[in-house]
Design a protein around this ligand. Sequence first.
Ligand SMILES: Nc1ncnc2c1ncn2[C@@H]1O[C@H](COP(=O)(O)OP(=O)(O)OP(=O)(O)O)[C@@H](O)[C@H]1O
Ligand SMILES: [Mg+2]
Length: 253
Amino acid sequence: MDVTTPILKCAKLCVGYGDVSVMKDISFTLERGKILAIVGPSGCGKSTLMRVLGGLDEPMSGSCELLGVDLSQADSRAREATLRQSGFLFQGSALFSSLTLRENIEMPMREFLKISSSQIRQLAEYKLACVGLSDAIDKLPSEISGGMAKRAGIARAMALDPEILFLDEPSAGLDPLTSERLDDLILKVRESFNTSIVLVSHEVPSILHTADYCVYLDSDTLTMGAYAPPKDFLDPKSHAKAHSFFSRVVTPK
Ligand SMILES: Nc1ncnc2c1ncn2[C@@H]1O[C@H](COP(=O)(O)OP(=O)(O)OP(=O)(O)O)[C@@H](O)[C@H]1O
Ligand SMILES: [Mg+2]
């Protein structure tokens, strides 16, 4: 792939289920190596959009290119090759509960990589070391904390060295300090591997710290309200709803 090809390019994208549209008029281009945050009220369609961007679901209309390939038009070979370049952390992490962290990370490698078992073992150890979980490598998901499970989920999403990672609410349910460490991990992954990252988040400090761009989904108009660097939404003259999302200040009682 040409390195100048955008990692994602959407034009008039409409996503939904059956003939019910959830969000429409989504248009933006994201360069490689950038971090995009998808933001908006609960139920507005963030996870739905993420699944379409990652090629897991078909758009209702419009186009969406991942690494220059329009997955809804591509033949099955091009589609499969492109899908191999994306890693997913689904909302709620979804590790296999009966497998240790090592086995969880090794599973996609065993399925897709034609390398020896000892190389797979080494790679899994490396991925878990990247997310600071070397000591928990032989633990089951039930034996680790929520923050560790998120990090293990990221390690599994990174198992096949994807060009792009899709992280659906990676810091949901974590305390502020653990959440901050997860932000640093996300930035480290981008810096070390030049991985592009799309994340869904409700946490303003985290979005401002990590994201280069932000898509704000407007649940009243069911359209993309705005696309800009998140710090732009701190300006009162920016998109009104995105601004109120970004500038909500809690006054102590
Ligand atoms: N599999 C499905 N079939 C039909 N409708 C669905 C399906 N999944 C989600 N929806 C609907 O699509 C809309 C958007 O859901 P989605 O999960 O994308 O929202 P979200 O912005 O990710 O919400 P949250 O912030 O709570 O995670 C909702 O109205 C939801 O009920
Ligand atoms: Mg969601």
